[in-house]
Structure formats: structure tokens, C-alpha cells
Write a protein that binds this ligand. Structure first.
Ligand SMILES: *[C@@H]1O[C@H](CO)[C@@H](O)[C@H](O)[C@H]1NC(C)=O
Ligand SMILES: *[C@@H]1O[C@H](CO)[C@@H](O)[C@H](O)[C@H]1NC(C)=O
Length: 388
């Protein structure tokens, strides 16, 4: 205000020297200059602190297109044996390790204890593990069955092997992605052929079924969380993968636009891209636009529509999920598509993960910060958005 008075005085009385005029102009412009500069440094700190969207060359995401007040859990998927058939459940308990029983088992090659995935053996996705919870008369078990035409018989292993059982089972170090630091045990049964024999017949190579041991395996750090301290079992790296239905629907639209190009077959004009291909744990819907999970960084899940302070613990998304050919395998037939969806993701979904800008992304990986329960129909309460 003071400068305005100075100026009007100057004009009224015509006594201004050039010097006072310049000083007045500087005073007048100072607040605007401050605003502009502070905005610039703010966006810089977001870019360097949270991620490197800046480096990846993308612009800040438009948060306004999302409705964050009506996002719900529409599906919960557990994959007890890595790369084998998943199972959709109405609710699941979770710990820091992920949803209970998710990727607690894996199939390994006998000669080097390396995990086998459906990237190598697509028909693994047809192996069907079922969780049979404990009853008053029986301990819980994991029942594993195979497609009829394979001729392989169903077998069961304990859901929670006792210390005594584990002492009889071979203790091994399992290797995944070149690191052999995951503790496991070779599963055994008391009756019939062993899981190793049955699985080796189905897979056409010598394998074992392994269950995780108690030694903790740590998630790899991410750019946003260089000191990430979270455990996982046989997940690719992180205990949670979340994706939205809107994102899968958007990917399907992009596939349809590319029919006839890059080996994308005509059937994709009408085929549905199932969310199961992406092997997520939690599927959400309601943001009203695709790829909301890309900007979601912290949230809680519970059964209240309105957020209730302390009703549930924070879940943090720590990075984008980069994709390989695995989603090309049809979850119900085990047939691998030549192009879908990888070719489409390569075209439209790259440059999103700062650490690996060349890889296509779909869904986001997260970590839990406490134990809890998630149910289909629960609400997502957004605590923080930004860049993962
Ligand atoms: C979750 O944990 C509670 C308490 O241990 C248990 O009663 C319930 O059956 C569990 N739910 C599921 C789906 O495993
Ligand atoms: C597994 O690896 C750990 C750490 O490198 C080592 O201490 C342990 O002896 C190994 N266990 C087996 C069964 O090889």
C-alpha cells in the first residue's frame, strides 16, 4: 500500500525523480517476482524429492480429473504359489509380508533352487492351488490340483507347517532374479507321490515345491524410498500390487486401437483384457479416470465411506510395476499371446518408472505398515498423492 501512495504522490505533484520512480517499480513488482520464484522452487522440490517425473520428461499429473471420494476395492486376489493360478477372495488379512498366503510358495528347479515362473513355463498358470482353512478336526492345508488332461493327481501340503515338519524338510536358499537369499523348505507329504514328483511330471523338468522360511527377505529400495525397510516372500519384490479397473479398461481401449498393428490379432476387437493377467492383489475402482494409482502414494482401506482417524493403517505405494511378458499369458488357458498386452504397454506406458524408463508400467507396488484386513467393497481413503 505504501508504494501505491508513493506513486500517486509522485504523479500528482510531478516531483518524482527518475530514481524514486525506479525504486517504486521494483517495490511494486517484488511480490509478483516472489510468487513466481517460490512456485518454481516448489515444483522443483516435488520433482527431486518425490521422484523424477521431471527427468522422465513428463508434466505433473492432472489430479483434478480424479474423484477421490468414491474409490472402492472391487477384487482381492491371492496367488499362493508364485506364477500359478490366483484365487479371488471376499476378504484377506494382511501383514507386512503381504496378503496372507500370497506367494508363500514357489516352484524351484532342483539343480540350482532357482524360482521357475510362467515367463518360462506358461502352463504353470493352470496349476490350481486352493487354501483349505483349518477346521476343528483338521489343520489347514494347501491343496494343489492340475488340469485333467495332464493326468497329474491332486496333492496337499500343510498351510502352516509346524516346527517339527520343517525339521524334516530340507532347508534351502532360493534364488530369484539372480539373488539366492530367500530362505525356504522343500515341501513333503506323508501319502502318495511327493509334490516334487508330481510337479516335475507336470512341468517336464525336475522341480520342487518350496515354502518360505522365517528369515526375512527385504524389498529392494526404490528411488522415492532409498531406505525402504519392508519384507516380502516370493513376490517379485514388494508385498502389494494394486491396479485400477479404469486402467485395465483404458489398456483394453488402446489394444483395440492397435488391432492389425504389431501382430495384434483381430480377436482383440472384442476380447476382454482381464485384470487377472496383471496378477494384482487389490483391484480398485471409482476414481472416474484411468491410472489414478500412478499418482496415489499413501492411503488407507477400511469399511467406512468417510475417513475415520486411526481406523486402519497407512499403505504406501513405492514404485510403478514394470512389466514383462507374463501378462501375455491367458490366465485361464495358459496360452501366451504374441503381442497383447506387452506391445501396447510398450507403446503407451513407458517413461513412467524413473529407475527403468524403458520398461512399460501397469499398476503400482506397495508396502503395508501394519497388520490389517481388507474386504471387497471397502473404501480407499487417499492420504497423499504425488509421484511414485
Ligand atoms: C483374519 O484374522 C482373524 C483373526 O486372526 C481370523 O479370525 C479371520 O478368520 C482371518 N480372516 C481370514 C480371511 O483369513
Ligand atoms: C543360506 O544363506 C545364508 C546366508 O548367506 C547362509 O548363512 C546359510 O548357511 C545358507 N543356507 C543353506 C542351507 O545353504
Amino acid at each position: 500500500m505504501k508504494q501505491m501512495v508513493d506513486l500517486s504522490t509522485i504523479w500528482e505533484h510531478g516531483r518524482a525523480t527518475l530514481q524514486t520512480l525506479w525504486i517504486s517499480i521494483i517495490f511494486l513488482l517484488a511480490p509478483f517476482a516472489y510468487l513466481v520464484l517460490s512456485q518454481r522452487s516448489k515444483s522443483k522440490s516435488v520433482a527431486s524429492g518425490r521422484s523424477d517425473k521431471g527427468e522422465a520428461g513428463s508434466t505433473a499429473p492432472d489430479h483434478s480429473k480424479f474423484d477421490t471420494s468414491n474409490i472402492r476395492v472391487t477384487k482381492i486376489l491371492i496367488h499362493p504359489i508364485k506364477s500359478c493360478k490366483g484365487t479371488s477372495v471376499p476378504e484377506a488379512n494382511y501383514t507386512l509380508h503381504g496378503l496372507d498366503n500370497d506367494r508363500k510358495w514357489c516352484i524351484i528347479k532342483t539343480h540350482n533352487n532357482a524360482v521357475v515362473t510362467a515367463r518360462d513355463v506358461a502352463k504353470m498358470v493352470l496349476i490350481h492351488p486352493r487354501i483349505i482353512p483349518a477346521s476343528s478336526s483338521e489343520a489347514g492345508r494347501l491343496e494343489v490340483s492340475f488340469p485333467k488332461e495332464s493326468g497329474c493327481e491332486t496333492f496337499s501340503v500343510p498351510l502352516n507347517p509346524t516346527e517339527e515338519q520343517l525339521q524334516d524338510w530340507e532347508n534351502i536358499n532360493i534364488s530369484l532374479w539372480g539373488k539366492d537369499d530367500i530362505e525356504g523348505y522343500v515341501c513333503q507329504t506323508n501319502i502318495g507321490r511327493s509334490p516334487s514328483e508330481i510337479l516335475s511330471e507336470y512341468m517336464g523338468m525336475p522341480v520342487h515345491l518350496a515354502v518360505r522360511g522365517s528369515r526375512q527377505r527385504s524389498c529392494p529400495p526404490t528411488i522415492r524410498f532409498p531406505n525402504l525397510d519392508a519384507p516380502s516372500y516370493f513376490q517379485d519384490g514388494y508385498p502389494l500390487l494394486i491396479v485400477s479397473e479404469e486402467s485395465v479398461a483404458a489398456a483394453q481401449e488402446l489394444i483395440r486401437e492397435m488391432v492389425g498393428m504389431q501382430g495384434i490379432e483381430e480377436k482383440w476387437s472384442s476380447d476382454t483384457l482381464q485384470v487377472e493377467r496383471f496378477r494384482p492383489n487389490i483391484v480398485i475402482k471409482g476414481a472416474g479416470a484411468p491410472f489414478f494409482e500412478d499418482i496415489l502414494t499413501e492411503f488407507t482401506i477400511d469399511s467406512h465411506h468417510e475417513a475415520v482417524e486411526g481406523a486402519s493403517s497407512i499403505i504406501r505405494l513405492v514404485r510403478k510395476c514394470t512389466r514383462c511378458v507374463l501378462p501375455n499369458v491367458h490366465p485361464e488357458t495358459g496360452v501366451r499371446d504374441k503381442a497383447v498386452p506387452l506391445k501396447v504397454l510398450m507403446k503407451h506406458r513407458r517413461g513412467l518408472d524413473p529407475g527403468r524408463p524403458r520398461l512399460p508400467c501397469m499398476g503400482c507396488n506397495g508396502v503395508f505398515t501394519a497388520n490389517g484386513v481388507v474386504k471387497v467393497g471397502d473404501w480407499i481413503h487417499v492420504c497423499e498423492t504425488g509421484f511414485v
